[in-house]
Each structure stands twice: as structure tokens, then as C-alpha cells.
Write a protein that binds this ligand. Structure first.
Ligand code: UDP
Length: 324
């Protein structure tokens, strides 16, 4: 196969490009390098069957040229990171909704199967734990910048699923829960690389609130395996929405303690009130846990990489960025 990976220079996109090349496929990585980094693709671009295109997904002509000859698309390009989203909700909506429309429209024109990445953010303030694909989505007020991201991603889901039903576009939607591993930047939020970098630098670990909020962390290696399974069977899975994540739940305070142990750092833990941690336009989500029963059934998905291994990947990536 030849696969177009939008956001191919990003954290997840670049790992997917490596996995596709390892499996003998060709890749085209399209990225505007806003949060993506060409260094993530150093290994991939040195291999046969890979190509990089620099540009914006809202540029339909460029998307069309990039998709030429491709058998499938994985759409990962998006504005991401809480800090960026809260500070620029317009750009978040424009790239994540209009940009996705542009990619989906080209896929429709070329009848190319497409995997759309959405997010666990669409479950928002839902109190039903774990979150199931059939649950109502439940995010906050449009006056709160954070929700621009969930809103755009929910729109992407409605838009692409409607084209699947009405125009037979082969679409699979994946809702990613917190995904971590080497190459992820802590610059825009992203608690695991942030706290790990703080621990390695001997700085205090900034735990927001009292640290009782929980998340479930899934290795990017497990996520790319799931993408590969979906790509193998994308025709049969068309129209499905799948949660992909690791259901093991932990508090952020326990995560910080585990990072201290794993790095051997003597750093302290500093509790930062939410009002100080984020600009206005922020609401914390206190719990987020995926129900992955459907992915287990549909693609035999089973996360294999435990938290210590994930932390070792992140630590190694920060210590030796050239070899990550
Ligand atoms: N967090 C934290 N310290 C940081 C960054 C994040 O305590 O330096 C917390 C944040 O409040 C949230 C969790 O870690 O509860 C996950 O944050 P992230 O931005 O990684 O992802 P989210 O799941 O919120 O999208």
C-alpha cells in the first residue's frame, strides 16, 4: 500500500510512518510543521518509499497532489495541545474542521479509504466511566476556549460518517485517549513528557490542582499497531467509531511519583492551582477512561506496553533525541 499520513511529522504520525515502512508500505507525509518536527522523520525519509510534503491541509490542491496514487489516508493533522487550543480557538476550529473537510473531500473524490483521528475530548464532562463509543458526547460552553477542539473533532466525525452513509466513502473514526511515547513534546501541555523533562532537569514536577484527576496512558506503539490493523481491514470496518487507549486509570499525582522513581530524580512535586496553570478558558476533566471492548472485538486490540516501559521510551527520547 501507499498511505498518505497527514500530520506525518508529528508525534503519532511519524511513528505510524515508521511502522508502515517497516511493513513494506510506502508513505507520503504531509505536514505544516506547526507542531510537527521534520527531525521526527529523519529515519523514515532516509528509507525508500517515503516522501515529505510541506503544507497546509486547508490547501485542497496540495492535498490532492499528495494523495495521488495512495491506497489509503490516515488523517492526523490537527491543531493540538491544550495551550494552543485555549489561546487560539479560531485557528483550532479552522484547521481541525475546515482542514478535515478538505482532506475528506479529496478522499471522497478519489474514493480513497480514510482513517479519521478524533479524540476522547469529545466525551468532555461525561460522568459515565468508562466512555463507550455509543455514549452521548458532552462538552462545555462555547465561551470556554478548550471546547473548540472537541467541537471541531465532533464535527469531523459527523461530517465523515455522513459521507460514509450517503456517499459510500470508506471511513473509520478513531477516538484516541492520552497517547504517549518518544517524540511527544511537552511544550503545549502533554503531562508525561513535561513531567519527565522536569524530573530529568532536576526541576519541580508541576502537578495541576491536587493531582487527584485521572488519565489512562497508552503507548504510541500500541496505537500504531491499532492503526495498522484498521488499515488492513478498512473496507470491512467502514462507518465504525473505535476508542483506542489503555484502560488502566491512574491519578496525575501517582504518575508524578512514578516518574520520580523511574528517572531516579530528586525533584520535588509542586502543586499548581488550575487558575495559575492555564489561561482563562480552561476547565479540567477529572476522569477519562476508555471502554475498549469494541476495539477488542473489531481488531483484537489489546494494549501491550505497560507504564514503566512507556516512561522508559519517553526518558530515552528526551536523553537521546537523535535516536528516538
Ligand atoms: N497536568 C499536570 N501538570 C502538567 C501538565 C498537565 O498536572 O504540567 C495534568 C492536567 O491537568 C490533566 C492531565 O495532566 O489533568 C493531562 O493533561 P494533558 O495536557 O497531557 O492532556 P489532557 O488529557 O488534559 O488532554
Amino acid at each position: 500500500m501507499k498511505v498518505l499520513v497527514t500530520g506525518g511529522a508529528g508525534f503519532i504520525g511519524s511513528h505510524l510512518c515508521d511502522a508502515l515502512l517497516d511493513a513494506g508500505h510506502e508513505i507520503v507525509a504531509l505536514d505544516d510543521l506547526s507542531t510537527g518536527n521534520l527531525a521526527n522523520l529523519t529515519g523514515a525519509l532516509a528509507r525508500r518509499g517515503s516522501r515529505f510534503v510541506h503544507g497546509d491541509i486547508r490547501d485542497a490542491l496540495l492535498v490532492e497532489r499528495s494523495m495521488e496514487g495512495c491506497d489509503a489516508v490516515v488523517h492526523l493533522a490537527a491543531r493540538i495541545g491544550l495551550r494552543i487550543i485555549v489561546e487560539s480557538p479560531f485557528d483550532t476550529l479552522d484547521v481541525n474542521a475546515r482542514g478535515t473537510e478538505s482532506v475528506v473531500q479529496v478522499a471522497l473524490k478519489r474514493k480513497t479509504p480514510i482513517l479519521i483521528t478524533s479524540t476522547s475530548e469529545v466525551y468532555g464532562h461525561s460522568t459515565k466511566i468508562p466512555s463507550n463509543e455509543g455514549d452521548p458526547i458532552c462538552f462545555g460552553s462555547p465561551t470556554v476556549g478548550r471546547w473548540s477542539y472537541a467541537c471541531a473533532k465532533a464535527y469531523d466525525e459527523f461530517y465523515s460518517l455522513a459521507l460514509q452513509r450517503e456517499r459510500a466513502l470508506p471511513v473509520v473514526v478513531v477516538r484516541l485517549f492520552n497517547t504517549v511515547g518518544a517524540r511527544q513534546s511537552g511544550r503545549y501541555g502533554m503531562v508525561v513528557p513535561r513531567l519527565t523533562a522536569q524530573a530529568l532537569a532536576g526541576e519541580p514536577l508541576t502537578v495541576y490542582g491536587d493531582g487527584t484527576q485521572t488519565r489512562c496512558f497508552c503507548s504510541v506503539r500500541d496505537v500504531t499497531d491499532a492503526f495498522m490493523s484498521i488499515l488492513r481491514d478498512i473496507g470491512a470496518l467502514a462507518g465504525e467509531v473505535l476508542n483506542i487507549g489503555n484502560p488502566r486509570e491512574m491519578t496525575i499525582l501517582d504518575l508524578a511519583k512514578r516518574i520520580l522513581e523511574r528517572t531516579g530524580s530528586k525533584s520535588t512535586i509542586e502543586f499548581v492551582p488550575f487558575e495559575r496553570a492555564y489561561p482563562q478558558g480552561f476547565e479540567e476533566i477529572m476522569r477519562r477512561v476508555p471502554d475498549i471492548a469494541k476495539a477488542r472485538r473489531a481488531i483484537s486490540f489489546e494494549p501491550k506496553v505497560g507504564l514503566d516501559e512507556i516512561l522508559d521510551d519517553v526518558i530515552a527520547g528526551i536523553r537521546a533525541p537523535a535516536h528516538r
